[in-house]
Design a protein around this ligand. Structure first.
Ligand code: ZN
Length: 139
């Protein structure tokens, strides 16, 4: 008989770096496969854009307070540890938006997160040659 899926509803502490903090929550909660949604605000952000020609992330520093209008991601295993892949849509003070892949340096002002565990076989990230990204190893 399978276990009841976990739902984690909680806050990420002020001044935490969002990505590593989410990985730590998943590790502590034992969630290795799932979906993530969150809202809140950041004191500053770092957003990635993957250049499909150079196969590398360009990082865009956002050195101003922003709202997290939407954070959407997933949880799988990378190097044997829970890893949250998260994209952010951010709102600026003039109500324009920015968005991208969450890079290290997204510093939390406030953040409410919902992580839904999705039971099933381990979902593992490995190197994908065509994209040179650490993607899920199965389709
Ligand atoms: Zn991404």
């Amino acid at each position: 008989m399978s276990e009841t899926p976990k739902h984690y509803l909680g806050r990420v502490p002020k001044d935490a770096d969002l990505g590593p903090a989410l990985n730590q929550i998943c590790k502590e909660q034992g969630i290795t496969r799932g979906s993530v949604t969150l809202i809140g605000a950041l004191t500053k952000a770092a957003l990635g854009f993957y250049d499909q020609e150079t196969f590398s992330y360009e990082t865009h520093e956002v050195n101003e307070p922003v709202e997290i209008l939407a954070g959407l991601g997933n949880v799988s295993l990378k190097d044997g540890e829970p890893f949250v892949h998260l994209h952010l849509t951010l709102g600026r003070g003039d109500c324009t938006t920015l968005g991208g892949h969450t890079m290290p340096g997204c510093i939390v002002f406030a953040c409410e997160v919902c992580i839904q565990e999705l039971p099933g076989e381990d979902l593992v990230r490995g190197f994908d040659e065509p994209t040179k990204l650490p993607l899920w190893e199965r389709w």
